[in-house]
Design a protein around this ligand. Structure first.
Ligand SMILES: Cc1ncc(COP(=O)(O)O)c(C=O)c1O
Length: 526
């Protein structure tokens, strides 16, 4: 083992004092290029006292001398001092009354009792590594090029899929998405501490990459180990199929996607087409596609890639670890997430719970799930006190990726909400498009689903559920560029259900200087 591994002294820079950070922030750095290390100082200024007391802080582990290391030393620096073997995970039933267990190397989607599966890690083994060592390891790996640890997901490999050989991993170095301080938009809402986790800034433009890298890696591993898997398939509202197509293409594994005809955007459709998937456009809705693929995978050697498959949630849970890491291991007060099939909210809860259980943080944030009014089965169940869940037929929503009436992960979501003292809010088409556009005016470029989350945030603030001084992270689940049709229609005021209060239509005038100047003067004082 090289001399520096496990030797904290060799890895730590001198602690950066708050005054140095504040000086740098206020005197040297223009807003647009202020350094990442300066953010905590800004955050500390804006943080209510309750937030700052909520975490165990960690010393900085940034290595100023990583570039001096040999390749072998760099690889070695990606491991725990005692090596990263000895960790394991297995499938258990989500329903605790079902004691069935399976190896992750089995092709199995349901527990013996028919319920969902959950990936359970050997927490005792993970606990043998102190919290500070985990933080240092994760900080050391993030963004590096050493395979596969630079990925935001695989930098947490021991917590995700510990047994897989590095060579079997299929990764595009996903994750590590920016956590954007929505300073201007937050101020508009009366908030001081609003952040947007930009999960759409990713290889296929949505958070789905985080789970798909795990699932396709495991499939790749199983195929290499001799399992008879001929293809991977999914039903999708657009983003899952894009991620599946890309990761399978990277691994050279055939993929099949079941899509509801005319219910996804052109940008989403072209992604699996480009990646060579078998693309099927079916005359049904998402729930109908889901039913069909479940029948198909039961009969044929096609591996199911939907979020019913708990492997994907293991990748998605790293969003929570990343959020805490980006706040230097502080936990925000709230995480607001748009919900459809409801895997994400459970995955995020799992990530926060795991960090707390392993001592990296000391609490779980409150979760708020945001649904479109037209596809709101969870909201209805929440309003009824979670006594009884009734699936619905989802109506058309511009937040098309969450147009789901019978969410697979409903019970996972209810658990996450109950355990985190969470809430559910809904947004109409008018509200979600207006909030996406209003936030765009402050520099974002939101997909309609992020609009649902932002509209829900606004409502929860107005209801007094979220305090304007609390630290809130809104999870942006996809890139706005995948949803340009509805965004253009909004700005052209062509959406029937929307009043387009923040529309900014293109000025169409003859190419004449006077006319151009007149048009500019209407908006800008010259
Ligand atoms: C852009 C986007 N946002 C939100 C969601 C909802 O995620 P979940 O199904 O995990 O609730 C999806 C999933 O389909 C999505 O593609």
């Amino acid at each position: 083992m090289s001399a520096f591994v496990g030797s904290a002294g060799a890895w730590c820079v001198a602690p950066v004092t708050p005054s140095r950070l504040t000086d740098g922030l206020t005197t040297s750095f223009p807003r647009a290029c202020r350094p990442v290390t300066a953010q905590p100082a800004r955050m500390a200024l804006a943080t209510p006292p309750s937030s700052s007391s909520s975490s165990s802080s960690s010393s900085s582990s940034h290595s100023p001398s990583f570039w001096k290391l040999s390749d072998a030393e760099r690889r070695s620096a990606m491991q725990l001092p005692g090596g990263s073997d000895g960790f394991s995970a297995k499938y258990v039933a989500f329903d605790k009354s079902d004691s069935s267990e399976h190896s992750l190397d089995e092709v199995v989607y349901r527990a013996s009792g028919g319920g969902l599966l959950d990936v359970q890690h050997d927490m005792e083994a993970l606990r043998r590594t102190p919290a500070e060592a985990w933080k240092d390891l994760f900080d050391r790996r993030a963004g590096r090029t050493v395979w596969p640890y630079g990925s935001g997901v695989w930098s947490k490999k021991e917590w995700v899929l510990p047994g897989i050989p590095d060579d079997d991993v299929v990764s595009m170095f996903e994750g590590n998405s920016n956590l954007f301080w929505a300073e201007r938009f937050g101020k508009e809402l009366g908030m001081s501490d609003l952040w947007v986790k930009q999960c759409g800034n990713s290889h296929t433009g949505s958070f789905k990459d985080l789970g798909m890298t795990v699932l396709v890696s495991q499939v790749n591993h199983m195929i290499k180990s001799g399992k008879s898997i001929k293809a991977v398939g999914c039903a999708s509202t657009g983003d899952t199929s894009a991620a599946l197509g890309a990761y399978c293409a990277a691994a050279g594994i055939p993929s099949i996607v079941f899509l509801p005809a005319d219910k996804i955007t052109m940008a989403q459709l072209v992604q699996p087409i480009a990646n060579g998937s078998v693309v099927m456009s079916l005359d049904t809705d998402f729930d109908g596609c889901m039913k069909l693929i479940r029948e198909v995978v039961e009969e044929y050697p096609i591996y199911l890639a939907n979020s019913m498959n708990s492997l994907r949630l293991e990748g998605q849970k790293t969003v929570s670890v990343e959020i805490a890491q980006q706040f230097d291991w502080l936990v925000p007060d709230w995480v607001v997430v748009p919900g459809g099939n409801l895997g994400n909210v459970y995955a995020f809860y799992k990530g926060f719970k795991m960090m707390k259980d392993l001592g990296l943080t000391d609490r779980i944030p409150r979760m708020a799930v945001a649904q479109a009014h037209n596809a709101n089965p969870l909201y209805r169940a929440y309003e009824a006190g979670f006594d009884n869940f009734v699936p619905i037929t989802a109506q058309k929503t511009l937040a098309s990726a969450i147009q789901i009436g019978d969410p697979v992960s409903i019970h996972r979501a209810i658990l996450a909400l109950q355990e985190s003292n969470g809430v559910v809010e809904e947004a109409t088409e008018d509200e979600l498009m207006d909030m996406a556009a209003r936030a765009d005016r402050t520099g974002m470029f939101n997909c309609p689903h992020t609009g649902v989350a932002l509209a829900a945030l606004d409502k929860l603030l107005k209801k007094g559920v979220i305090d304007p001084n609390e630290r809130v992270v809104v999870v942006s689940t996809a890139h706005g560029l995948k949803f340009t049709d509805s965004k253009v229609a909004y700005h052209e005021k062509k959406l029937h259900q929307c009043s387009s209060n923040f529309a900014n239509d293109v000025v169409r005038i003859p190419a004449n200087t006077d006319r151009v100047i007149d048009a500019i003067r209407k908006r800008v004082e010259l």
